[in-house]
Design a protein around this ligand. Structure first.
Ligand SMILES: NC(=O)c1ccc[n+]([C@@H]2O[C@H](COP(=O)([O-])OP(=O)(O)OC[C@H]3O[C@@H](n4cnc5c(N)ncnc54)[C@H](O)[C@@H]3O)[C@@H](O)[C@H]2O)c1
Length: 441
């Protein structure tokens, strides 16, 4: 089935398609009778014609639970899927090729973390199907390059939105996924002040939509999804433990991730879905995200542009628990492997199901100024530092993970320090963009 959720065509159709003009004459003249009959027939055809046009042009494939049309117009427009060849491709990508392997739907597969997790799952013989809407929050050509990389190892990324309920239902119909690795989200802390709705759309509405489909799937998959260290918000007790308070978010992004954790609780409680949330701490590495500091610092240092180094009030250091992508991938796989089965079926809970939240960090926060010093050495260029006050736009002063819970549950132990990880990032950066000063992305 080919489905296009393109813009609604109702806008092009007049609101009053054919007004009947009744003959008010009191005389019942034969000629006039025929004439009004002809007029009536004519206008009936016009009216019928308009109905036919409306019927064929309207997005009749929109599912009943779909979003309001303005949102679907904005964000589901890329969806084009269906048909036997498409289904074959989905099945082949999701096919398990190892004993006791998993069949995983990875949302946000063209994203930074999604690409690495998908490749790692595939390498060990799991079936992987990607889903991504390739939005332009940052340069989509980078997402396309990651897609090409995954395609080379036999991973298909379906282009679509997690809010497209019909697409998600179809995917589960075509393949019974054992697990969902849900990484699709509107990321970034500062952008939330520019485009708050994109956070609600992907991180709240999209999550609910995905969980709705998962809860109705038979069998229900186990779900591992990306929360964020940002849920700790203004918490000042260090290191951050899963038991600490998370009710003081400092950004809308953090608030949507916190909401996600509460939504996860609800779906676990009512429908028996197995749900594991992972609070990632500042992930970095090759194929990373251009909106993150380590990435644009590298670009700007190479270009000779000055870079902002934030400091907190009282000249306090801003520090991050930078976590290398390979360590995060190990954590994601560990969480998937220890995820218990969901207990519900047909939308009904059959018993208590697993509900977990883990920190995935590096347990050693590094001041941002040290990050710049490492980059300077690796790039062999002196950075033009511009020390500025940390603006109140969502960033917190520091993050520091306590990871003992993940270590206990699935042996999570990060092994890459910032120096080693940045070296790998810089090597990738230079091979991908070149080291010239004319780069632009
Ligand atoms: N990278 C980090 O440091 C970090 C830290 C904490 C949490 N996280 C979370 O980890 C996950 C992955 O992050 P990332 O760094 O890979 O980000 P990313 O932006 O590179 O990847 C997210 C992907 O999801 C896709 N996407 C967004 N909305 C979608 C939608 N509605 N439907 C379908 N696809 C959609 C995007 O196109 C993108 O490719 C996100 O949930 C993010 O919030 C990341």
């Amino acid at each position: 089935m080919i489905m296009k959720l393109s813009s609604s065509h109702m806008d092009n159709i007049p609101s009053t398609p054919g007004k009947f003009k009744m003959d008010k004459s009191p005389y019942i003249h034969r000629f006039r009778h025929y004439s009004s009959l002809a007029k009536l027939t004519f206008w009936s055809f016009v009216f019928l014609g308009l109905i036919v046009v409306f019927f064929f042009k309207s997005p009749s494939t929109s599912p009943p639970n779909s979003m309001p049309s303005d949102l679907s117009r904005r964000s589901l427009k890329t969806s084009s899927w269906g048909g036997p060849a498409w289904e074959k491709r989905v099945r082949s990508s999701a096919r398990i090729r190892s004993q006791n392997g998993l069949s995983v739907l990875v949302t946000g597969a063209a994203g930074f973390v999604g690409t690495h997790v998908s490749a790692a799952l595939k390498r060990r013989g799991d079936g992987v199907l990607g889903l991504d809407n390739f939005n332009n929050y940052y340069d989509p050509t980078l997402k396309r390059a990651r897609q090409a990389l995954l395609e080379r190892s036999g991973i298909y990324i379906v282009e679509g939105d997690i809010n497209d309920i019909a697409l998600l239902q179809k995917l589960f119909e075509v393949n019974p996924f054992t697990h969902v690795m849900h990484l699709a989200a509107q990321a970034g802390v500062r952008y939330a002040m520019e485009n708050p709705n994109s956070y609600v759309h992907s991180n709240i509405a999209g999550l609910v939509n995905l969980l709705e489909v998962c809860k109705n799937a038979n069998p229900q998959p186990a779900i591992v999804w990306a929360s964020s260290s940002s849920v700790y918000g203004l918490n000042s007790k260090v290191p951050f433990s899963e038991k600490d308070r998370t009710d003081q978010p400092a950004s809308l992004y953090a608030a949507t991730k916190k909401a996600g954790e509460e939504i996860a609780h609800t779906y676990n409680h009512i429908y028996g879905l197995s749900l594991t949330g992972l609070r990632f701490f500042t992930v970095y590495g090759p194929w990373g995200r251009p909106d993150m500091a380590y990435f644009f610092f590298t670009r700007d240092i190479l270009k000779g542009k000055s870079i902002p180094i934030f400091e907190a009030s009282n000249h306090g250091t801003v520090a991050r628990d930078f976590t290398y992508i390979d360590d995060i991938v190990k954590g994601c796989l560990g969480a998937l492997d220890t995820a218990e089965k969901s207990t519900g079926s047909g939308g009904k809970k059959k018993g208590p199901a697993q509900l977990r939240v883990f920190n995935l960090g590096n347990t050693s926060p590094v001041p941002v100024s040290d990050l710049v010093s490492i980059l300077e050495k690796l790039l062999k260029v002196k950075a033009k530092r511009m020390v500025m006050k940390l603006p109140r736009n969502g960033d917190v002063q520091f993050t520091h993970a306590n990871i003992s819970f993940a270590e206990r549950e699935f042996g999570y132990k990060p092994t890459t320090d910032l120096q080693t990880g940045l070296k790998k990032f810089v090597r990738w950066y230079v091979s991908y963009y070149g080291s010239g000063k004319k780069n632009s992305h």
